[in-house]
Write a protein that binds this ligand. Sequence first.
Ligand SMILES: Cc1cc2nc3c(=O)[nH]c(=O)nc-3n(C[C@H](O)[C@H](O)[C@H](O)COP(=O)(O)OP(=O)(O)OC[C@H]3O[C@@H](n4cnc5c(N)ncnc54)[C@H](O)[C@@H]3O)c2cc1C
Length: 326
Amino acid sequence: MSDVLIVLIPGGETPSRSELAALGFGLKAAGLVGGACDALLLGPNASSAAAGVAEHGARTVLVGDHADLAKPTGEAHAAAIGAVAKSGGYRLVAGPATTAMRDCLPRVAARLKAPMASDVLALGECDGSKIGITKPSFSGNLLADVDLVGPAAVATCRASSFDPPAATGAAAPIKAAELPATLAHARKKFVEMNRTPLERPELTEADTVVSGGRGTRGAEGFKLLEELADVLGAAVGASRAVVDAGWMPNDFQVGQTGKVIAPKLYIGCGLSGAIQHLAGMRNSKTIVAINKDANAPIFEVADYGLVADLFEAVPALTAAVKKHRG
Ligand SMILES: Cc1cc2nc3c(=O)[nH]c(=O)nc-3n(C[C@H](O)[C@H](O)[C@H](O)COP(=O)(O)OP(=O)(O)OC[C@H]3O[C@@H](n4cnc5c(N)ncnc54)[C@H](O)[C@@H]3O)c2cc1C
């Protein structure tokens, strides 16, 4: 009981940075508890993504490509993960803190009768009786050190807090995971998946994010931010006020009830910096804020602040970047 199982539901045919970062978390945990780290890949992209994962230090890559995972639910994922976790007797079962994992891993914890921690930021002391972790509380305003006590534990990790492991030059064996014949749940049915089509990098994967708040005054104002994002090769983010107003789709929301990101550069334009927004972006490496109110709370976390009207500053910045890049 000292091995770690990292569960991934690959979004594409090659593993993303955040999926590999979750594997990095698993390898680190395995090192602390003195075991090995296996990866379990589930869903239609599992087989194709397996080779990319196998090069990064896992002992074994297990692939679970089951008909009931083509139209998945949290229950189907939990049934698959629970079966593999029980037969492997893992010390820790974990995955990145994605929407799907937040849905299924607590169900896995219930199946294993194990403690569960969400959004792990760091690992502490681990031994045969406990896994020590650090997790955010109160929108990231407090960090809690918690011990998950017992023979098994379950966790989601914040992928942006961990580094993807380098390729080792050797490939782990890829095996089919042994799953129950039926994973579907009698009382729950998958109806439809609606994905927002993306023209720019995905928020949680991007090195640079240009984000806007109510100061943009509407979807038209957001076009200025999109122009800046395009010259920087950046993703676009938004505050909840913007999403609630229908100016941008929900997928773009950064914050406590949106996406948690930690890009190298975060440029926040016309947003106040409410604590619920900061919960999603305060770990960005460099924060730039553009706001016409010098007392806006966003300036308290900003590395660089510009007190200006975004309708003048953002086009000027876009033009300057374009000129600089020739
Ligand atoms: C339970 C809960 C969860 C929440 N989750 C989230 C979340 O996940 N993400 C999130 O963002 N919010 C969240 N919120 C909402 C949050 O509290 C704020 O209401 C929201 O973040 C404010 O959005 P904003 O900064 O765009 O708007 P505002 O607070 O209205 O700020 C607009 C800013 O734009 C500036 N401005 C106006 N015009 C210009 C201009 N021309 N040029 C430059 N600056 C200008 C103003 O000075 C002001 O600072 C949550 C709230 C609750 C209660």
